[in-house]
Design a protein around this ligand. Structure first.
Ligand code: ZN
Length: 743
């Protein structure tokens, strides 16, 4: 049976069957993006700066509605009006009155939460449409019986006319994002296909206009002549150059027999809100460099100039290790079916000062801790260099979805000349492992309780060790261009017992030598360092874990690694025999090493679950971690380091590939286990984010409960001061577009 046929089918309405991939399950994981502690540790100026950048991000994030599907803005406005007019418990009473079951009402809340967190009715990961899992007539009835309808029946009816059918329909073209007959998109008018996109790209390249902040609209003018409008995102609607403005490309051009009109003012009222808030943030900028960065961003959002955004990005790269980190603009082009238009995204993340203090102490102890690693002293760096790492907690991430880490900017010219930044989003990563007990797969019941209690603290230890003493440790043996060695050439290789025979020659680097396996191999080494050093009581004390608690932290850290190794199979493609994710491959390799250690340290039993479907149970023998487990990781980690130090790519590749291999051989049957992992995979989580508000000169931090209702409340309150104005604005913007889609 193929993947599609294996999927479960659910009923929607009386006679329609909907493939469950187009539904969000009622028990979908909804987590709090916890940033309260980190935010409270900021100074008042830092809080104000973070607040205004957040506001700018949230307003800009609404642009995504207009980039996703023709109906997204109307759905969003309909929901905002419904939820703003009356409290949720009251709305639920009306739902019951119109005959909605509890499940149907919950399905409606989950759908709404999905629209808010994806900023539209298409999933940000996977790009498929999702529809409400309840009968359309019942939802319509709820809208008609709502307080919002009581207040303004005409307006609610109009909104329903625009989106009521499109919310539920699953015609082929609407099932996923795509161009022309292949799917839906709002980056292009509905009459555009691949040929139009190609021609437009040719024109944009010819004129040297970046596509990042544009959309394309095609009309056929008098006499059948095709006119393409390239709309630039900007506050200004006037196409004439401003005083002193250079590089304005607006105008009408003839190109290959058609007309191109470059105009500005797309999303104008939203961009205005963005600019206003960035302007306020500027008053609280920490350095002149940050002020300049904001100035350029504002010029970009005001005039539609991507060059100005590039200038801003240069200042952003120079802002190293800030307390409040952010990035804002038209950034990632994954969701433009043609791949060149950027989706609006804005985020604010803050350094977790608490966690950073522990990391600093870890770094301060590095000289004493490094000799505990299982390789001879000569394989360690002459001097410990603290790797560039700050863990940030996301306060705000506006757009269609939240990644766990980012590597930006995407402008290739800037990456090559000025550089880029790697940002690790700690509280997003942490949540990736958080889950409710019922959904915690592959563990025994008592392990689930321990896991839930200690996952956060043990993750903090593992991340600190992984980043600082993992990526920060170990020496590379190099012979420089003058023939000079940075190591003692008579040195004995502890793996072979012979003299060191290989090293990095002039121009060779770790990445160039180990190429395709370099990143996963290095992640594996860093993960092993974490597992190995977390056994040290001294280190656990730095993180304030002592006695029995320390034992639990160790146990849960190791258990998490073993479970991650099993879950990692999701990221293996049997057809190509390739791994798609460096960290997950690394964890699978570690699982293999620990299974190989034997003596009952780790078992993975494939079973049948209570539902009659395949399942698995993982066990880890707590008593054997410090003996069997430690010895296995010690031997493996030494090999990883020695091969890395000596540039022995042959031995390194042979070792790493053998542990990465996924077959269905007995007793593990990894390919079968992979099917079980896919079968029991949890749907992608949604995040509830906080709001910040200025009240009496102070910044208030407002958190919400981790549920669909909490997520909805966060969005209702986020824009409460804008009331109808913002919604009217969105409706007008989408009306202007809608004639291009015929809705
Ligand atoms: Zn790493």
């Amino acid at each position: 049976m193929n993947e599609a046929a294996r999927r479960r089918f659910d009923f929607v309405g009386q006679d329609k069957m909907v493939d469950s991939q187009y539904l969000l399950p009622n028990d979908i994981g909804i987590s709090l993006l916890d940033c309260k502690d980190a935010f409270q540790l900021l100074s008042k100026e830092e809080k104000l700066y973070a607040h205004y950048i957040s506001r700018a991000s949230w307003y800009g994030g609404l642009v995504v509605l207009l980039q996703t599907s023709p109906e997204s803005p109307a759905i969003y406005v309909l929901l905002q009006k419904l939820f703003r007019a009356q409290p949720l418990p009251q709305l639920q009473e009306r739902a019951t009155a119109v005959g909605m079951t509890c499940e149907e009402y919950q399905a409606f809340l989950v759908y709404a939460a999905g629209v808010y967190s994806n900023m539209g009715n298409y999933k940000s990961f996977g790009d498929t449409k999702f529809v409400p899992n309840l009968p359309q007539e019942k939802l319509k009835e709820l809208v008609w019986q709502s307080k919002a309808f009581e207040k303004n029946p005409d307006e609610m009816e109009r909104l329903w006319q625009v989106c009521g059918d499109l919310m539920f329909s699953l015609e082929d073209r609407q099932k996923q994002l795509g161009l022309g007959a292949k799917g839906t998109t709002a980056y292009f008018s509905g009459n555009c296909d691949l040929k139009d996109a190609e021609l437009a790209q040719k024109f944009l390249d010819f004129k040297g206009i970046s596509a990042y902040n544009t959309r394309l609209f095609k009309t056929v003018g008098d006499g059948g002549k095709t006119i393409y409008e390239v709309r630039l995102a900007s506050v200004i609607k006037d196409d004439a150059p401003l005083k002193g403005e250079s590089g304005n490309q607006c105008g009408v051009y003839e190109f290959e027999g058609v007309t191109f009109k470059v105009s500005r003012g797309d999303y104008s009222p939203l961009m205005k809100k963005v600019v206003e808030n960035l302007e306020k943030a500027k008053d609280h900028a920490s350095t002149p460099n940050v002020e300049k960065m904001l100035l350029h961003y504002n010029r970009s959002f005001t005039t539609g100039s991507i060059d100005a955004h590039k200038e801003g990005s240069k200042h952003w790269i120079r802002d190293e290790g800030p307390i409040v980190e952010s990035y804002i603009g038209f950034i990632e082009s994954y969701r433009d079916p043609y791949g060149s238009r950027g989706e609006f995204e804005g985020f604010v993340a803050v350094v977790n000062k608490d966690m950073s203090a522990k990391f600093t102490q870890l770094v301060a102890s590095a000289e004493r801790l490094l000799p505990q690693l299982p390789w001879p002293q000569h394989f360690e760096k002459d001097r410990f260099l603290k790797p560039d790492f700050t863990s940030l907690d996301v306060l705000t991430f506006a757009g269609s979805g939240i990644p766990a880490g980012i590597n930006i900017p995407n402008y290739d010219d800037i990456r090559q000349t000025v550089g880029f930044k790697n940002v690790s989003l700690g509280n997003v990563l942490a949540v990736a492992y958080h889950t409710q007990k019922e959904k915690l797969t592959f563990l025994e019941d008592n392990d689930k309780d321990l896991y839930i209690k200690w996952k956060g603290p043990s993750f903090e230890v593992q991340v600190g060790l992984h980043e600082l003493l993992g990526h920060g440790s170990g020496k590379l043996f190099v012979q420089d261009d003058k023939g000079k060695f940075n190591f003692d050439t008579g040195l004995v290789n502890p793996e072979t017992g012979e003299e060191v025979k290989t090293w990095y020659k002039q121009g060779e680097t770790w990445d160039s030598k180990f190429s395709t396996i370099a990143s996963t191999y290095e992640e594996c080494r860093a993960e092993c360092v974490g597992l190995y050093l977390c056994l040290s009581r001294e280190i656990l004390k730095i993180f304030s874990h002592e006695g029995a608690d320390a034992d639990d932290v160790i146990y849960v850290n190791w258990l998490t690694m073993v479970r991650a190794g099993v879950l990692g199979l999701e990221f293996y493609t049997p057809e190509t025999q390739k791994w798609r994710q460096a960290h997950m491959q690394a964890r699978f390799v570690i699982l293999r090493v620990l299974l190989e250690a034997g003596e009952g340290l780790v078992t993975v039993r494939q079973t049948t679950g209570g539902d009659g479907k395949p399942d698995a149970i993982i066990t880890l023998d707590r008593e054997k971690i410090a003996t069997v487990g430690k010895a296995a990781i010690e031997a493996f980690l030494r090999k990883l380091q020695v091969y890395k130090s000596t540039a022995d790519v042959e031995a390194g590749r042979a070792l790493y590939s053998s542990y990465s291999r996924v077959t269905d051989a007995e007793p593990e049957r990894y390919l079968t286990l992979r099917h079980t992992v896919l079968l029991r995979k949890e749907s992608r989580k949604m995040f509830v984010q906080a709001n910040t508000r200025i009240e009496g000169g102070d910044i208030q931090f407002q958190s919400y409960e981790a549920s669909a209702a909490g997520l909805i409340s966060s969005f209702v309150e986020r824009f409460s001061e804008d009331g109808d104005e913002l919604e009217t604005c969105l409706q007008e913007l989408s009306c202007r577009d809608s004639k291009h889609w015929g809705i």
